[in-house]
Design a protein around this ligand. Structure first.
Ligand code: DAT
Ligand code: MG
Length: 147
């Protein structure tokens, strides 16, 4: 089953949105298989956002993502990578539709509440970066056949 890495950023944790955001992914039918509240290091942040290393906002981005605890999660489900990106909404909250997480909770690109892997390759890389294999659980849900 497909897996993705989702992370509630420091602004989402500070604004006490963890519960509401987790609820959305549970309601959709996805299965949570790993989660932890962590403070990420500068080195971890630079690796996580390496694709943006040359962008002018890189320093600010690393500073922001390390500014407080984040809630790191691994979710599983059919097409979970693409569907969770749709649920998150566009990167810039000006473009994020109402009903999406960024559309409902964010007003500026810097503080856009949530990160989600954008491809199978980035999901595999990000899951391995933040979780040890034994931190990911495999368990049956009786509702699975209805989703
Ligand atoms: P996403 O988080 O939607 O995958 P991304 O990978 O392009 O977006 O960028 C990673 C993060 O970097 C994004 O969530 C917020 C920040 N960011 C992106 N573009 C930015 C910009 N033009 N100015 C400031 N921050 C930006
Ligand atoms: Mg991205």
């Amino acid at each position: 089953m497909e897996k993705t890495f989702l992370m509630i950023k420091p602004d989402g944790v500070q604004r006490q949105l963890i519960g509401k955001i987790v609820q959305r992914f549970e309601d959709k039918g996805f299965q949570l298989i790993g989660a932890k509240l962590i403070q990420i290091t500068k080195e971890q942040a630079e690796y996580h956002y390496a694709e943006h290393k040359e962008r002018p906002f890189f320093g600010e981005l690393v500073q922001f993502i390390t500014s407080g605890p984040v809630f790191a999660m691994v979710w599983q489900g059919h097409n979970v990578i693409q569907l969770s990106r749709t649920m998150m909404g566009k990167t810039n909250p000006l473009d994020a539709a109402p009903g999406t997480i960024r559309g409902d909770f964010a007003v500026q690109t810097g503080n856009n509440i949530i990160h989600g892997s954008d491809s199978p390759e980035s999901a595999a890389r990000e899951i391995a970066h933040f979780f040890k294999p034994e931190e990911l659980l495999s368990y049956e849900r009786s509702i699975q056949s209805w989703i």
